[in-house]
Design a protein. Structure first.
Length: 204
């Protein structure tokens, strides 16, 4: 027969109730840490300050930027990307991030002529632009580990045809969802369907 313990169980010390203000402060601090972590590594909100991406993005649109997917794959042609200023832009005292559409991958030859954009001698079908470009540019070959970007509002966009390529390490992420205004909430317009011959892996 198993012997029954005849002594009383050890009493646990009573825990002192925590001040509600301390508890609230801890909650706020934890929320801030989580928000900072999400913003730094996963996603963040951005707003559109100019019309350089019309008609796709309107002034004051609020977007969610995916910051994690490019850790597992390279940026793709047609992505709308957010990036920090390049060295050239920094020399011009630009400090805020830019948002443009990715057109040229590393190794691509890009040219703008006769109102169309050509990549590797093939014209792109671009039903997302505000109007046809009224300028000529290139041809240029995109450097390794860099990207060429253009605004959808081609004739009113300060983009790669002015200041050059975007280094891979300056890219913050990809615009994926519009959350404001409420009338246009939803996924950003799908990636355009470019010719199959242009769907190649980036050569970094």
């Amino acid at each position: 027969m198993t012997r029954v313990q005849d002594q009383e169980p050890e009493k646990q010390p009573q825990q002192k109730a925590e001040n509600p203000w301390t508890e609230a402060l801890k909650t706020v601090a934890l929320s801030a840490v989580l928000a900072f972590g999400i913003r730094s590594f996963v996603a963040e909100a951005r707003y559109i300050p100019s019309g350089s991406m019309l008609p796709t993005l309107q002034i004051n649109d609020r977007l969610i930027i995916d910051k994690i997917s490019y850790n597992f794959r390279n940026p793709d042609r047609g992505d709308i990307i957010v990036f920090n200023p390049t060295d050239t832009l920094k020399q011009q005292n630009f400090k805020d991030a830019f948002i443009k559409r990715l057109i040229g991958l590393p190794g691509d030859k890009v040219e703008v002529k006769e109102g169309r954009v050509y990549v590797n001698n093939q014209p792109l079908k671009e039903n997302y632009i505000e109007e046809k470009p009224n300028y000529n540019f290139g041809p240029v070959t995109v450097s390794p580990n860099q990207y060429l970007v253009l605004g959808d509002n081609r004739n009113n966009s300060y983009d790669s045809h002015y200041w050059g390529f975007v280094p891979r390490d300056r890219i913050i992420g990809r615009a994926v969802v519009r959350f404001w205004p409420l009338s246009r909430v939803g996924e950003i317009d799908p990636i355009p369907q470019y010719p199959a011959s242009l769907k190649k892996e980036a050569v970094n």
